[in-house]
Write a protein that binds this ligand. Structure first.
Ligand SMILES: [Zn+2]
Length: 272
């Protein structure tokens, strides 16, 4: 089993999203009015090479975000997120550099459906895809665009498998979904950053990887139990406590989508 980080541009959000806000009112105020931007962060997706198949976790951002009309005009998005990406940064070009073509990919797991995670989906019409049922329901509903989802940009053929976690418990997680029959790759619900956010647990002999998506932006915020939050504070907090407990017990290699340290954590196999 090999896991390879793939960077697709950079992103930054308001500083408070990295360090937390005292309550929902403070959070909303800061989303709308503060100009304190956090540092530029990478946008990673992950290639899992099991030896038998190639699985992507998320597809990164697309350079189409720079085009007029891709994002809704006057929306909240530009107030809270800024992105830098060129066409050569997209996931298809990054895979080529690694010696793979998009057609070589078998499956795609989405941690959630925010634009910087689903942006590269257009390159993979042939793949089996996995999204949590709750995430898909909100993202494809009328409330989607006010929650940071841009369904209008999804390809027509985007019909992912909707996950409800009916497989056995995994540590503190009372339910899971097994992507591989032997249970070496499984999904667990980690709601908070988004309503149907999920994380990927990968077991490779003695090593356990926890691919955390946007649950927290790095290991420090995981240890301090500060979630990456938008509005659903309580659920995020509960999830982060649960994940912190799991990754400590299992001595996981913890990978988040926007942590510059993730490639080093991966190459050194540093555990929590
Ligand atoms: Zn997100």
């Amino acid at each position: 089993m090999e896991i390879i980080p793939i960077q697709t541009g950079t992103v930054r959000c308001k500083q408070f999203q990295l360090t937390g806000a005292s309550n929902n009112l403070s959070r909303l105020y800061q989303i709308l009015f503060t100009q304190k931007w956090g540092e530029w962060m990478p946008i990673y997706c992950w290639l899992i090479n099991t030896g038998n198949e190639l699985i992507l976790v998320d597809t990164g951002e697309t350079a189409k975000i720079n085009k007029e009309g891709y994002l809704p005009k006057g929306g909240l998005y530009h107030k809270v997120v800024q992105t830098r990406i060129k066409e050569e940064d997209e996931v298809d070009r990054q895979l080529l550099k690694l010696g793979f073509q998009t057609k070589d990919i078998n499956k795609i797991i989405f941690t959630h459906l925010h634009g910087d995670h689903i942006g590269g989906v257009e390159h993979f019409s042939h793949c089996e895809m996995f999204v949590s049922k709750a995430e898909y329901a909100l993202a494809s509903s009328k409330k989607g665009s006010s929650n940071g989802y841009f369904k209008k940009n999804w390809p027509d053929w985007f019909k992912p498998k909707l996950i409800e976690y009916e497989d056995q418990a995994e540590g503190v997680f009372s339910k899971s979904y097994h992507v591989s029959i032997d249970g070496s790759i499984m999904l667990v619900p980690t709601p908070g950053h988004s309503v149907g956010h999920q994380s990927v647990i990968i077991k490779d002999k003695a090593l356990t990887y926890f691919v955390a998506g946007d649950l927290t932006y790095n290991i420090e915020t995981l240890k301090a139990e500060i979630p990456d939050v938008i509005l659903s504070n309580e659920e995020s907090k509960e999830t982060v406590q649960k994940v912190h407990s799991y990754v400590k017990t299992e001595k996981c290699i913890y990978l988040s989508s926007h942590d510059w340290n993730s490639p080093e954590i991966l190459s050194k196999k540093s555990t929590i």
